[in-house]
Design a protein around this ligand. Structure first.
Ligand SMILES: [Zn+2]
Length: 401
């Protein structure tokens, strides 16, 4: 069973311009608890007093997920994090030759530091889950990573995180996360180190989810994600897409409550000041909407003809958009939907013409506008006070849902 680590509150806040108030962080943590993620990474408490306060409050809230914090390989970072009462601590230190030179240090000295700090954290809380991350793992020298990781495990680390910090990996090539995770596990086993493996995949090449699934297929036990894929640069794996794919296609996480995701996404989007892109898988407003005439005609008979993911898993419905691409079947369906079926063939034809004309102006006809079009074509009057405007599109029941 794979575990999901959400780092919206830590990595997500590294998105330029994103800073959540502590009351919003608390609300997000509560929602993540409802969704059913396993670990919530809440921040790097030594950075500011506000973050420290937020980590402490979330850690003492009695939520089901393990509450985690970030720490550099420094006593002070670890002290502050443990003082907050977290059950999970992520310690990071880069071991690439390039960085070692830059910091004018050597691998043995760095490993001594890492193991000292892991052991220090372990002594502070015997039940703490400790993760060691060699930053930019996948571009660091292999021997350095294996050496540092195995020593960290010997000192008490439970988890080694494979960080694709720059979104460098590409499935099916020499830079495959599948191969990396498999080989790392084998080489660590040779050194009698058997940690859990986590994967932290950035999306610089748009391959974060593909790489995360590659790591998962190789046996990674923990996958990092954020709401909306927030994070440094192109961000991280998107939580909703990851959960939906794992649940629908890999039979994981049947206890996850994906129907909580729209509320979580709405909250994060609002307070991160970021619109949800309309084409974003699972969460975008367009992603369960059928448009072209041939598609809508087939989808109305059986949605599976043009969709492979059930919108019901996150509490959404398939819908039809009316615009210049719409055919007769879609317009007739939409007319029934607003209770204006049974128009004369001549009126129906003119309604279809008007819908297409409106679409050519770059607008999608919603329920409200379709009523206006019908009233215009039939020259009927409707008391505008009789109903509330309805700007939704035209939903249809999904037989899977
Ligand atoms: Zn990251």
């Amino acid at each position: 069973m794979v575990r999901i680590l959400d780092t919206t509150l830590r990595e997500g806040e590294q998105t330029p311009g994103v800073c959540f108030d502590n009351h919003i962080k608390l609300a997000i943590a509560d929602m993540l608890d409802h969704v059913g993620v396993d670990i919530i990474e809440t921040g790097h408490p030594v950075v500011t007093a506000e973050i420290e306060h937020s980590v402490r409050q979330i850690a003492s809230r009695g939520l089901a997920p393990l509450i985690g914090a970030h720490a550099r390989s420094l006593r002070r970072d670890i002290d502050v994090a443990l003082n907050c009462g977290v059950g999970f601590l992520g310690i990071f230190y880069c071991v690439s030759n390039d960085r070692l030179q830059h910091h004018q240090t050597t691998l043995p000295r760095v490993i001594e530091k890492i193991t000292e700090m892991v052991a220090y954290a372990r002594s502070g809380n015997p039940r703490l889950r400790i993760r060691y991350t060699p930053e930019d793992t996948v571009r660091s020298e292999w021997e350095n990573v294996v050496e540092a990781a195995s020593e960290a495990v010997r000192a008490g680390a439970d988890i080694i995180s494979v960080a694709d910090t720059t979104g460098y990996m590409i499935p099916g090539t020499k830079r495959s996360m599948y191969d990396y995770v498999s080989r790392l596990r084998d080489d660590l086993a040779v050194r009698s180190a058997f940690p859990q493996i986590a994967v932290h995949c950035h999306n610089d090449r748009g391959l974060a989810l593909a790489n995360a699934l590659d790591g998962y297929r190789a046996g990674a036990e923990i996958i990092d994600a954020t709401v909306l894929g927030l994070g440094e640069r192109a961000g991280l794996v998107d939580l909703a897409t990851l959960l939906a794919v794992l649940q629908s296609d890999f039979n994981e996480g049947q206890h996850w409550n994906l129907r909580e995701l729209p509320r979580l996404y709405d909250t994060v989007s609002r307070y991160a000041g970021m619109e949800i892109p309309p084409l974003m898988p699972l969460s975008g407003k367009n992603v369960f909407t059928h448009c072209a005439g041939i598609h809508t005609q087939a989808a109305l008979k059986n949605p599976l003809h043009y969709q492979s993911l059930d919108p019901g898993i996150i509490g959404r419905e398939a819908e039809i958009a009316l615009d210049h691409m719409s055919g007769n079947a879609a317009v007739l369906f939409a007319l029934e939907k607003i209770g204006r079926g049974g128009l004369s063939p001549e009126h129906t034809e003119r309604v279809i013409g008007k819908v297409k004309e409106t679409g050519r102006m770059g607008r999608v006809v919603n329920q409200d506008e379709l009523r206006h079009i019908v009233n215009f074509i039939t020259n009927e009057r409707e008391n505008p006070l009789d109903r509330q405007p309805d700007h939704r599109l035209f939903t249809f029941a999904d037989p899977q849902g």
